[in-house]
Design a protein around this ligand. Structure first.
Ligand code: GLN
Length: 192
């Protein structure tokens, strides 16, 4: 069976675990770098990207995740997780993991629209995906190897580059598990 880890330092962890279970895969909360050896794919949840990054460093897991990525193991970042996966972040000197060739803007939809829902047409996944955005980022620019999976209001909100995926919204907050299921399938294929 495929085992998916959810980085459990801060943020929407439980909801991802519930969603992975609903898809019939194993789910593990990841707090220590040694646990990365037990999993086939990793989810970086939403929360606060600067806090998650700080905790990744103090738990010594940041470089371990870079090694996990170097092996070509799948990683899926949602919201703050998308920010952590980006090569560059508007207004910041450096990115974090830099796994996806894209530039992202944090809290990009503005304060007036802190949280909202929208129906998205997601390439190869769903034509009518109800997406929940919470103080969400969006993708400003992508490199040529990045596949755009969905846009909202002309802004890129879901991408994939090989084994790495990211969404500006929270696919784990509804009972529509098609996004998580897509990631589990991608992980299962990579594994075999
Ligand atoms: N605004 C957060 C950040 O910049 C992301 C919000 C979220 O993950 N829901 O890190």
């Amino acid at each position: 069976m495929t085992t998916i880890g959810v980085l459990a330092l801060q943020g929407a962890v439980r909801e991802h675990i519930r969603s992975i279970h609903a898809c019939g895969a194993n789910a593990v909360e990841i707090k220590r770098k040694e646990q990365l050896e037990e999993i086939d794919g990793l989810i970086l949840p939403g929360g606060e990207s600067t806090t998650i990054r700080r905790l990744m460093d103090s738990y010594g897991i940041f470089t371990a995740i870079q090694d996990f990525a170097d092996k070509g193991k799948p990683i899926f970042g949602t919201c703050a997780g998308l920010i952590i996966m980006a090569k560059s972040i508007v207004g910041q000197a450096e990115g974090h993991l830099g796994l996806i060739d894209m530039t992202v803007a944090r809290n990009a939809f503005g304060r007036q629209v802190a949280s909202f829902e929208a129906e998205l047409d997601v390439a190869g996944i769903a034509e009518d995906f109800r997406a929940v955005f919470i103080r969400a980022p969006y993708v400003v620019e992508v490199g040529k190897n990045v596949e755009v999976l969905a846009t909202y209001d002309e802004h890129i909100v879901a991408v994939r580059q090989g084994p790495f995926m990211a969404t500006a919204f929270h696919p784990e907050l509804t009972d529509d598990h098609r996004f998580i299921s897509y990631f589990i399938d991608l992980t299962a294929t990579t594994k075999s």
